[in-house]
Every structure is written in C-alpha cells, then in structure tokens.
Design a binder for this molecule. Structure first.
Ligand code: SF4
Length: 659
C-alpha cells in the first residue's frame, strides 16, 4: 500500500466529511448565538435551565495547549459527541484573559467563560482534520538509499520497537537501537569520568595530556568498552551517539527532552534549533545584558525585550504584526486595543506589507524589505542631532550615578573607547593605560579566596578623565556624553555614544530614508513622536528585524534606539519578554523629559496606494526613489556593537570576546 493511501483522518475523529460539515454547521450556529452571549449561558446554568449547548458543559471541554505556533497558548477544546468541534482560550491563563479568572473558579463555571484565541489557533481544527496530515510513522524503504524518497508506513508500536531494539532495519546491516546505545548506566562512574575528562581538556601540555589519558584508561579500565573511543575519552560513552535534534520546542517540552536525553539517558547531545530567526533577538539581548563580572563580560541572559503595550503611549512595531502573529495575539492584542481606545496609544507599523496591524496604525511605513537597520540608524541620527535623547539617564556611568537619579539601570554611553591608527573604535580605555588609576586585586565572586585584576573604565567628567567602576555604589560618575577624538596620553578616544552618533551620521536623513524607500518626513515625524512621550515610547521588534544573517546587528540598532530614550524594564518602555513567565517590570517614575523641539511640519504628501487585486496593493512612497536594497546595516552596526562594548558570539554558547 502506498504511503499516500495510508494517510487518513485520525481514528479518534471517526467522522465522515459529511458528518463533520453537519456538526460544524450546528456548532457554528450555536456558537454565533451563544458564544457571543456567555453571560446568558452562565445565567442558564445558574438557574438550572436545561442547557442545549453541550459545548458549555465542562465534561465536553479538554484543557490543553495550542501548538499552531510556538507561543503555546493555553486552550480548551470543545467536544461534541466526543469530537473536537471548537477551540477557545483558557480563561484561567493570563495569556488568554487579562485579568484571568481566579484559579479556584469551579471548572463548571469556567466552562462558560471564553479566553481569547487568535485565528491561527482557531484553525487548529483544520490541522487536526487535515486529510494530508501525517498520522503514521514513515520509514525509509529497506533497500533504498538515503535521499531516495521512497518510504513505507509502519505502525507506531513497531516504530518504537525498531528505535529501541535496532537491528537490520534497512537491509544494509545492523543499526544500534537505544537499548544498545544506553551503554553507560552508572551515574557515579559517568560523573567521575566527566571530571577526569575536564582535567585532560584543561591540560595545555601535550605530553602531560597524553599521560592523563593513560591514567584515565587505567582508572576506568572496566568501562573502556562502553566508550566511543578509549583513545579519546572526551567523546564520552556510546550514549553520546544518540542525538536528539528538535525544532522549536519551548519551555516544558524542551525541558522534558533535555532531562530525558541528558541526565536520564546520558547523552550530551540534545540540540534545539536557533539561528537567524529568533536567535538574533535572544543573542542581542544576551550581549546587551552582559555584566562586568570578575573582570570579564559575562552573565547575559538569552532573552529579548518587548514593548510594554498596556502602558506605552507610542509604539513602533518593526517586523512585528501582533494582530496576525508575533508572540502572540491572544496576549498582546487586548493590551494594544485597550490602550488605543482608553488612552489613545499611537502605533507606527514598519512593514512592507499593509498588514492588519498596519491598517490600525497612526502611520504605516512601507519600508523596503531588509532595510530595517537603516531606518533605525536614520531615527538614531535625528534623535542625536536634535538632542532628544535622555541625557540624564545616559550620562550615568555607574550604579551610584543611576541610583542617585532613580534609575534602575545604566549604560556605558559615556565610557571612553580607544581608536586605532585608522580612527576605528576598538576596546574600552582602561584607567591603568593612562596612569589614572592602578589595577586592583579583587576577590572572585565565585571563589573569594582567589583574586582577579580589576582595571577601571574611564569617562570624561567636564573634560577631565575619571575612573569608573560600573558597580560602585558610593561614588557616582556622570560622564560627558559626546566626546569626539580626545587625546589622552598616547591614545585617542571617543565616548560610546559618540561612536553611535558617528555611525548614524554616515548618511544624511534623506539618504537613510531613500535606502528604506521612505520619505525623510516620515522619519522626522516618527522620531519626533518617539521622543515626545518620555520613557513611554518603545520600538517593538520581532522576526522582520531579526530573521536575517545580520539580524544581530539589526536588533542591536533598534535596541539602541530604545536605550536612547531611557532604559529597559520600565513601565511603558521595553520589558523582558518571556513565553512562560509573566514579564517582570520595574515601574519607576519617568525622568526629565527631553528638551522641547518644534514638531516637523505636517506632511503635504502621502504614499500613493493603489489596489492591484483583492488583498494586494501597490505602494509608491511619495518623494522616494526606488533603488536596489543594499544592506549598510552590517558594516555600520558592527561599530554600534563596538561602541556599546557588547560581546561577539563566537559560537553557540561558547566564548565571548570583547571587540
Ligand atoms: S498565538 Fe495563536 S496560533 Fe500561536 S499558540 Fe496562541 S492561539 Fe495558537
């Protein structure tokens, strides 16, 4: 039987197409009437009236999780005669209902209360009943080569047996199964061997290393046959030959897999995917949240900042369309729409496509794809040229200075960066290099019995160099912000903010706008509004910005723009985004607003939009010249990264090195 013929509706469905359409019509009709009147349903339930709408009964609802995208919204699936016919949001979850119902709400009552769900989540039924859904295990046809594209279907039980037991599965010799690969099952021995291998790896001398390998072989002689290669103990036991490579499994599922494949099965090889899609968001967040610990930049968190949409007054969505996708509509959209209606929150949507979010925006900027960093740099240029940045916040060079002005964070905007002979920015200047302050021996945070050499950073204060300890709580340093090419001893320096300004000034505003296919006026108006709300403005970015090979730098440019008007983790600005854990905001009063500046004159021209076909639009921005999309972002943004003193990821989770 061909693989195609095996693809049937799941047995659990048990519906013919005709039955399903009938059931859908009944359910749809009831839902249209009753789904819009949940209070009527509840009244009926409380009054003991016979409820004809069976989907409102708790026994006809199953609580589970939507996997239509990787947001993983909590849902309840409604059954009719045991068949899933409707999906709604779980009202117990803050992801679907804000505020969510109390956790001690009786399940019978919750059955009549619907949380929000996005259209893609609603379409989960279509995924379940998709006639082309793969519902059997596909195995390469024995005797055919890999990549030959020939498959057979096998029952699930047999698949489990073959995976566990192995055997001559493809008529090409024995294949080890999980049982055989589960070679080393002694956890104590595994731990001891791992510690010894670390010693071998840390030994720099080749001869000494070989001697350690021989010692390892003697010490663990009874386990050598369980290793992949006893001459290379670093490869570990044969357990490591099992690799679990998965796609986009977020918290809980990923945790479960890691726990199973690692501590339980004993393989070090559990790999989720992450590269250019969301990875750029996470790694930029990691780079920008690195702390100077024990003389090294470390401890950054893999996360990203999202706009605080319920409290912002002005949001620029870039490559993010929360009304259609993003992370994810059930949680984000109510915040946006409530804020728009109740507080008049303004939105700008930067998207080549007239998305549903753009349709509700104050401004839609139909940008040329791939030029998002150019837009960020154009906005940064305007903000710096017009001194609309938050100078009070940015001038705080250390913790004491930030605390003194009521800020929870601070940046290296005023720290001095050395220029090379070509005028290119490199490493931060250290106080010992100009004889300002000697290095200090300080105890390691991880092992106070040991020490490391601490070398102060440097900022100018009223033109005079001052040593900066980032975490000094006693001596506030408020540095000069724009320091351009000052000579200190043998070195020429600029402040980090000056380097950002230089990068942004490599093009005029008109040129940045032209690269993006936008009008200069668009950039001016958006930048003016962006800097007119204190800290309650934010650029909220997502994959349209990050999902590029230069996504790291694109994200960095937009996060830098957010940093210019305040700091992160402040109400109305940007908060650490999490899928499972609720965002944690440090709400503090806004600091001094930026200086007044006259608003740009109102636009007299607008983009020309013509309808091409249903749902498709031709957009010709006014006053713009079409040109091939180039990507100046990478070269420019590398300088941004250097200016911020962030780290370059040298591998997946590997070494980070200062530029
Ligand atoms: S955002 Fe929509 S598609 Fe994604 S998990 Fe939530 S309901 Fe499902």
């Amino acid at each position: 039987m061909s693989a195609r013929k095996q693809m049937q509706q799941p047995h659990a469905c048990g519906l013919s197409r005709r039955d399903f359409i009938k059931a859908s019509a009944v359910a749809g009709g009831a839902a249209v009437f009753l789904g819009s009147l949940p209070h009527v349903q509840r009244a009926w339930a409380e009054n003991g009236v016979d409820v004809a709408y069976g989907q409102a009964l708790p026994e006809n609802q199953i609580y589970t999780v939507c996997l239509q995208c990787n947001t993983g919204c909590p849902i309840k699936v409604k059954l009719q005669d045991g068949v899933a016919v409707k999906i709604d949001g779980n009202p117990y979850s803050p992801w679907n209902m804000q505020p969510h119902i109390a956790y001690d709400t009786p399940i019978a009552e919750a059955a009549t209360i619907e949380g929000a769900l996005c259209p893609k989540g609603q379409a989960g039924l279509q995924t379940v009943y998709d006639p082309y859904r793969i519902v059997s295990v596909l195995k390469r046809k024995p005797g055919t080569p890999r990549g030959g594209g020939e498959w057979v279907t096998i029952p699930f039980d047999r698949a489990i047996e073959e995976i566990v037991e192995g055997g001559n599965l493809f008529n090409e010799g024995p294949v080890p199964g999980l049982r055989e690969s589960y070679a080393l099952a002694d956890a104590d021995a595994a731990r001891d061997m791992a510690a010894f291998v670390k010693k071998i790896q840390d030994e720099p001398d080749a001869e000494a290393k070989q001697a350690l390998i021989e010692e390892f072989q003697e010490t663990f002689a009874e386990y050598l046959d369980l290793l992949i290669d006893p001459e290379h103990p670093d490869l570990g036991p044969r357990n490591n030959q099992v690799v679990f490579a998965w796609g986009r499994l977020k918290d809980a599922r990923g945790d479960f897999i890691k726990r199973w494949i690692g501590p339980s099965f004993g393989s070090a090889n559990a790999h989720g995917h992450t590269t250019v899609c969301q990875g750029s968001l996470y790694f930029t967040g990691k780079a920008m949240s690195e702390q100077f610990i024990d003389g090294k930049w470390a401890g950054g968190q893999k996360f990203y900042w999202q706009g605080d949409l319920r409290n912002s007054e002005f949001v620029v969505f870039v490559g993010a369309s929360p009304f259609e996708g993003n992370y994810g509509p059930p949680m984000r959209v109510p915040g946006i729409t409530t804020n728009q209606v109740e507080r008049g929150m303004k939105m700008v949507v930067v998207d080549p496509r007239l998305s549903k979010t753009a349709a509700k925006a104050w401004r839609w900027l139909p940008i040329q794809p791939g030029t998002e960093a150019a837009l960020a740099l154009g906005l940064i240029r305007w903000v710096i040229d017009n001194e609309r940045f938050d100078a009070r916040y940015l001038s705080a060079a250390n913790k004491a200075a930030a605390t003194a002005i009521g800020e929870p964070t601070w940046t290296p905007a005023t720290w001095l960066v050395k220029l090379d002979e070509h005028g290119q920015p490199g490493r931060y200047l250290r106080a010992s290099e100009i004889g300002l302050r000697a290095k200090q021996e300080r105890p390691l945070s991880t092992d106070p019995a040991k020490t490391y050499e601490f070398d102060y950073f440097v900022a100018l204060v009223n033109g005079q160099p001052v040593a900066v300890d980032p975490y000094d709580t006693e001596n506030p340093v408020r540095g000069d912000l724009l320091v351009d090419g000052v000579r200190l001893g043998d070195v020429t320096v600029k402040s980090a903010l000056q380097i950002i300004a230089d990068s942004a000034r490599e093009h005029t505003l008109e040129e940045w706008a032209d690269i993006c296919g936008l009008r200069p006026r668009d950039l001016e108006e958006v930048a003016f509004e962006f800097t007119s709300h204190g800290k309650k403005a934010v650029a909220d970015i997502h994959r349209g910005v990050s999902q590029h090979t230069n996504g790291f730098y694109n994200v960095l440019a937009w996060y830098t723009l957010n940093a210019l008007i305040g700091r992160f983790n402040v109400g109305g600005n940007a908060a650490a985004g999490r899928t499972v854990h609720a965002p944690h905001l440090h709400i503090v009063p806004s600091s001094t607003p930026p200086p007044p500046v006259s608003p740009p004159a109102a636009s007299t021209t607008a983009p020309k939009i013509t309808r091409k076909s249903p749902g498709q639009w031709n957009v010709k921005p006014a006053n713009s010249v079409s040109r091939p999309v180039t990507s100046p972002a990478l070269a420019l943004s590398e300088k941004l990264a250097g200016a911020l003193g962030v780290r370059q990821d040298k591998g997946n989770d590997g070494d980070w090195e200062e530029f």
